[in-house]
Design a protein around this ligand. Sequence first.
Ligand SMILES: Nc1ncnc2c1ncn2[C@@H]1O[C@H](COP(=O)(O)OP(=O)(O)OP(=O)(O)O)[C@@H](O)[C@H]1O
Length: 253
Amino acid sequence: MSLLQVQQLSKSFGGVAALEELSFALPAGQMLALIGPNGAGKSTCFNLINGQLRPDRGEVLLDGQSITGLDARRIWRRGVGRTFQVSAAFSSMTVLQSVQAALLSHHRRLWQLWRPADSLFRQQAMELLDQVGMAAQAQRACAVLAYGDIKRVELAMALSNAPRLLLMDEPTAGMATQERQALMALTRRLVNERGIAVLFTEHSMDVVFAHADRILVLARGQLVADGAPAVVRADARVRELYFGSGASFGGAA
Ligand SMILES: Nc1ncnc2c1ncn2[C@@H]1O[C@H](COP(=O)(O)OP(=O)(O)OP(=O)(O)O)[C@@H](O)[C@H]1O
């Protein structure tokens, strides 16, 4: 059975059908890219899966159990993680404290942040930072980090609830090519080591075609293609609908 099953998921805003009868399955150990032009329904799909939105129709199943309509916190506790931006609130903290805060939140002890919390979950936080290659920078302030390193901290924070499914919203936005490849290679390693599944949106086609096991293409709320990168690359409807005629997917093999 697939870890995630999305069945005929639909959501409209006023008269606009943001997502129409979307169905797909995502097994553990797979990195699935969700792509499509602006307004295709990618964010809506993410928000329906992680409980920030409720669907009009359809089901979301995790390990065969319905999580449809549960609130975001419950879904997070069931093991659906999401990378979230290191916000202004975290930028004054050190790298280590940020990950400790995420662990505290997972263990429902966020209030302890305002106490001397330095020792809480220190060991686990260091282990997570080690996994994302940030242990050596544990004592630095988030505010002074390079952009690629902030993304690594965000990843460590997202791993704090030991997710089985990780949602990554444009993980490499704003990064240089080398940083992009490094972050996605790290994500792949985590997928392999932890046996988790990753669903990610991404505008950078070189990242998508180099790192996704499978690609879903949405256009105007409808599924246009679902397949391996080579299949999607060759799909005439994808070229036409997503990129416009004559456009190419760039040089990534
Ligand atoms: N809260 C909302 N209220 C009204 N309309 C919305 C809302 N959220 C999304 N929409 C509409 O639903 C459609 C799908 O939007 P969505 O943000 O899911 O697309 P997207 O693929 O994530 O786009 P982008 O790549 O630009 O982020 C769009 O027509 C959008 O205007």
